[in-house]
Design a protein around this ligand. Structure first.
Ligand SMILES: C=CC1=C(C)c2cc3[nH]c(cc4nc(cc5[nH]c(cc1n2)c(C)c5CCC(=O)O)C(CCC(=O)O)=C4C)c(C)c3C=C
Ligand SMILES: [Fe+2]
Ligand SMILES: [Fe+2]
Length: 366
């Protein structure tokens, strides 16, 4: 028999609640090598992220990556760090607060919302413990990755499963697998682009950039590539773009293996050389701005494009706290919680009054 961690006794008198856990990737606690190293170690030790044999990878990671990469990326992180902290974390916190507020305004104050990070803090385990302690017997896990991939969404669910395995009194679990073609999400993206065009003018071409993954994951059945292409197509359709007016490409290549193509760097050079004029770039795979958008795309991408001969370059910010996105997130959450949300009639059935009939329970409440 496994031994489980101690848990507080079941509370017969406590109303059951619903928890929503937004989960994003994670980010270092500070923009310096000492904080980046343990984050990268945890991230890059995940076998869902780097799929090469553990013994071989362990040597590569500890010999060639962890001694050098944290120093290199510290300067990059520093260039995008906000006064409140890492952009990814700042936006994720804002999103969880706004979602809680919007659900409350729509009469669902029984829903608690927390956020967690797959790597770093606050951990999925700590936040699941917190929601459980607050009385959540139902839990929706919402990885903040619009396009499912094994290296992102699946590893979140793996971790949730690992935590559940330590619980005696487990909550019911629902998960959001992918929302790459969710109507609200697509409309929020299109709204973000249009809003940008209205205030800053419109470019000659739109680059739709997604985070890459190794090419072999596509060959092994990961749907990520297909989902990115579909998001790109739906966004272009929503914006009434002809095929010649946009390009989908993949950024952030890591390591020597082939990744999904076309690569963003090659695409920027090609578009720059072709005298495209003004290029606008949007990153629909990230719902929150982060290192990969604010540094790699907004700063490095601009240099690449201008050096290749491009005239002007605009990075369109991610969805962050835009109202259309919070609206879409609220709608997505409510859809996934269907049948779980309380109505006036069902509220009393969700208390744990095990010895009382419904009528007695109602009477006892008055
Ligand atoms: C949006 C989806 C993401 C996918 C898919 C993804 C795959 C993936 N990433 C790496 C390696 C690194 N990614 C890094 C940063 C990073 N990646 C994502 C998202 C996806 N990654 C985000 C949101 C961020 C930014 C984090 C932040 O703090 O702002 C990094 C760290 C930075 C660096 O050292 O360059 C690495 C490393 C792999 C190997 C991979 C797929 C297998
Ligand atoms: Fe990444
Ligand atoms: Fe495909």
């Amino acid at each position: 028999m496994p031994t489980f961690l101690p848990e507080p006794p079941f509370r017969h008198d406590q109303a059951s609640r619903i928890g929503v856990l937004l989960v994003n990737l994670g980010t270092p606690a500070a923009p310096n090598p000492a904080a980046i190293r343990p984050y990268l170690r945890q991230f890059l030790s995940d076998p869902r992220v780097v799929e090469i044999p553990r013994a071989v990878w362990w040597v590569i990671l500890n010999t060639f990556i962890l001694p050098f990469r944290p120093k290199k990326t510290a300067a990059k992180y520093a260039s995008v760090w906000m006064s409140e902290g890492s952009p990814l974390k700042v936006w994720t916190i804002k999103q969880s607060k706004l979602l809680k507020g919007w659900l409350g305004e729509q009469g669902h104050s029984e829903v608690l919302v927390e956020y967690a990070m797959r790597y770093g803090q606050p951990s999925i385990a700590a936040q699941m413990d917190k929601l459980k302690a607050a009385g959540c017997e139902k839990l929706l896990i919402l990885p903040l990755y619009p396009q499912y991939s094994a290296s992102t969404s699946a590893t979140v669910i793996d971790e949730v499963g690992r935590v559940l395995a330590t619980y005696r009194n487990q909550p019911a679990i629902r998960t959001v697998r992918s929302f790459h073609d969710d109507e609200g999400y697509i409309k929020a993206l299109a709204g973000r682009v249009r809003e940008y065009w209205q205030t800053k003018g419109r470019g000659d071409h739109l680059l739709i950039s997604f985070h890459g993954v190794p090419r072999y994951t596509l060959d092994k059945g990961d749907p990520y590539h297909c989902y990115c292409r579909k998001t790109g197509r739906l966004l272009a359709e929503e914006l009434d773009l002809a095929e010649s007016e946009y390009t989908v490409a993949f950024q952030s290549r890591f390591g020597r293996a082939e990744w999904l193509q076309p690569y963003v760097t090659a695409t920027l050079k090609k578009l720059g050389k072709a005298a495209t004029g003004r290029l606008d770039v949007v990153c629909p795979g990230f719902v929150a701005d982060c290192l990969e958008t604010l540094e790699e795309i907004a700063i490095e991408g601009k240099q690449d494009y201008l050096q290749a001969g491009g005239k002007d370059y605009h990075f369109i910010p991610c969805l962050n706290d835009s109202p259309l996105w919070i609206d879409a997130l609220t709608a997505l959450t409510k859809k996934e919680l269907s049948g779980w949300l309380l109505t006036d009639n069902t509220a009393i059935d969700n208390t744990q009054q095990c010895t009382l009939s419904r009528a007695q329970a109602l009477g006892a409440q008055n």
